[in-house]
Design a protein around this ligand. Structure first.
Ligand code: IMP
Ligand code: MG
Length: 181
């Protein structure tokens, strides 16, 4: 079997094994939060797909899966504007909701998600992010309830995260080494 190796383009930051361990720990925290209750789990596509697929399989309460497609990044820069490409269809009024996102960077996206979903009047709304890059934060008023890893101020790829739509399939998280303009 061929294995994807580090190339000059990227360097491994968080291994597959470390991700697996942290996903199990996060699931335990989330299982304690929602214990026995039904939850609508909303995955923010495309970036959070691999993380959400691993995480939901560790959740032990009744789960309804939903998906939203958002876009805000162009190559390695946040555009500062969030486009809702596809909304979700389940009625969230009075429901428990968990949102799964890949990374908080400027905070624009999670603030948008929080406001958008809070307007649908859920009973409880919690945010889980795999990665947090606090150095880039612009919006501080919405924060994640569950955070996988705090990372240094680097552009990262892999395990769902992309550079120009590539590298989402890497099983680990890596920093991108190439200079991008
Ligand atoms: P924010 O809106 O600036 O917080 O950025 C969040 C969104 O930008 C995430 O949902 C990602 O899709 C994307 N993003 C932010 N930082 C990175 C990164 O380092 N690598 C890949 N995508 C990123
Ligand atoms: Mg995203």
């Amino acid at each position: 079997m061929s294995k994807i190796k580090d190339t000059e383009a990227f360097s491994e930051l968080i291994s597959e094994k470390a991700i697996r361990k942290r996903v199990e720990e996060l699931a335990e925290e989330i299982n304690n939060e929602f214990s026995g209750q039904e939850v609508v789990v909303i995955t923010v596509l495309k970036g959070a797909a691999p993380f959400a697929a691993d995480l939901v399989r560790c959740l032990d309460f009744p789960v309804i899966t939903e998906y939203m497609i958002l876009q805000s990044y162009h190559l390695t820069e946040s555009t500062g504007k969030v486009d809702l490409v596809r909304d979700m269809s389940t009625d969230l009024a009075g429901k428990n909701v968990l949102v799964i996102e890949d990374i908080v960077d400027t905070g624009t996206t999670i603030q948008y998600i929080y406001n958008h979903l809070d307007a649908k009047k859920p009973n409880k709304l919690k945010l889980c992010v795999l990665l947090d890059n606090p150095a880039r934060r612009v919006h501080e008023n919405v924060s994640a309830d569950f955070v996988g890893f705090i990372i240094p101020d680097k552009f990262v790829i892999g395990y769902g995260l992309d550079y120009n739509q590539l590298y989402r399939n890497l099983p680990f998280i890596a920093t991108l080494n190439m200079e991008v303009n």
